[in-house]
Design a protein around this ligand. Structure first.
Ligand code: SAM
Length: 375
């Protein structure tokens, strides 16, 4: 079976390494994702264990499609009996690139939906229902030129929705991006970890989950549980059981999460509780200028305000002042590593340090930089 696993742009390397650790054979990188060939069990394992992936797509058809007619015919020939029957609902999404007659992704999705519904009506004498909000089966079309690839999304809801984000905050990171920042930054479980601008707690929570070897998909449901054919569910139950047994009872080292905002700390604490890692994280309301215990050395991981996304009046204090405070805090942490995700180049200029890593990645449509320093 052929899989394409999607992730945020710039995080493909972290995803590929994760798949290798999961013993997925020969994952190959591409822009925005990684492909591999394997079994359905491999795909389910990636859903359960990948911290960086967004979607796990199983290829169910590949055919030439230069217009609506050929797209309809190609889709109709795909065998989807394993996924869909008269009781399952479906939704279709499409992306199109350089396809002059099919440049409208909504139209392409409609053609795919029509073909699937017609094929099913012929096979079962019954039309399946479309449910765009909460479908049992999510079909995804990728069209590049006249090369059409049709996929079934194994996870359904994107994988970054682990199910623990019960409280929101200002500009929270996607869980999968936070996990990629930790992986690309080389953050280690057996060293102290400090997130002094924690917001909703995503970095600290993802670090706690990884430190305790808790599979990120353990607390959520997956699309493949709702397919017509449920023959793979015993395999899923076995993988889940093994994941439950692999959890460590507590994080091996201290994790400190701070924020100047009391509301943010309340949200972070609620989210950590929902993730089952509240006991592993010490939460404090504190300014980033407040010193932390420096021994033993560990990692300080910061996702400061960018100054762009937030509507309303200019930030108080001004960003250059806030970034100067961060620079001063880092000056006090000799021997530590600093992993910083920031979308504003002003921060690197104010830090005036030689970075060990400077890596470009995308936080949704926003380009950001992951900077790693040895202090
Ligand atoms: C971009 S948000 C962090 C988002 C976080 N990574 C998440 O996933 O929710 C930046 C955070 O820095 C906090 N902050 C701003 N100024 C601060 C300061 N002087 N000291 C500590 N935290 C501060 C804000 O309250 C906000 O929660």
């Amino acid at each position: 079976m052929k899989f394409f696993v999607t992730c945020a742009r710039g995080t493909e390397g972290a995803l590929r390494r994760e798949l290798v650790v999961q013993r997925i054979h020969a994952p190959r990188g591409a822009a925005g994702g990684v492909s591999f060939e394997g079994t359905l069990e491999d795909g389910i394992k990636v859903c359960l264990w990948s911290r960086v992936a967004m979607r796990v797509l199983l290829e169910v058809g590949r055919f030439p499609a230069s217009d609506g007619r050929t797209l309809y015919a190609g889709t109709r020939a795909a065998d989807l009996s394993r996924f869909l029957d008269s009781k399952t609902t479906l939704a279709v999404t499409a992306t199109t690139h350089e396809s002059p007659e099919l440049h409208h992704s909504g139209f392409a999705a409609l053609k795919v939906k029509d073909a699937v519904v017609d094929a099913l009506r012929d096979r079962l004498g019954h039309r399946p229902n479309v449910d765009v909000k909460n479908p049992d089966v999510c079909l995804v079309l990728h069209l590049r030129g006249s090369d059409a690839r049709l996929f079934v999304d194994l996870a359904g809801e994107p994988l970054h929705r682990r199910g623990y984000r019960v409280a929101m905050g200002e500009a929270p990171l996607k869980e999968s991006l936070a996990a990629a920042v930790l992986a690309l930054g080389g953050v280690r479980a057996e060293q102290p970890f400090v997130d002094p601008m924690t917001g909703t707690g995503t970095l600290a929570i993802e670090h706690a989950l990884a430190s305790r070897n808790i599979a990120p998909g353990l607390r959520r449901a997956f699309g493949f549980e709702r397919w017509a054919d449920k023959g793979h569910l015993p395999v899923f139950a076995r993988l889940k059981q093994a994941a439950q047994e692999a959890r460590l009872p507590k994080a091996p080292c201290s994790i400190l999460a701070r924020d100047v905002s009391t509301t943010a700390i309340q949200s972070a604490r609620r989210n950590a509780r929902a993730a089952g890692v509240a006991e592993d994280i010490l939460f404090e309301v504190a300014d980033v200028a407040t010193p932390v215990s420096r021994n033993p050395a560990g990692t300080i991981c910061i996702n400061p305000p960018y100054g762009e996304r937030l509507p309303g009046p200019a930030p108080e204090p001004p960003l250059d002042q806030l970034y100067a405070t961060i620079a001063h805090t880092l000056d006090l942490m000799r021997g530590w590593s600093a992993v910083i995700l920031c979308g504003n180049p002003l921060l690197a200029r104010i830090l005036q340090r030689k970075h060990e890593i400077s890596h470009r990645l995308w936080n949704g449509p926003l380009e950001a930089r992951l900077l790693v320093y040895r202090l």
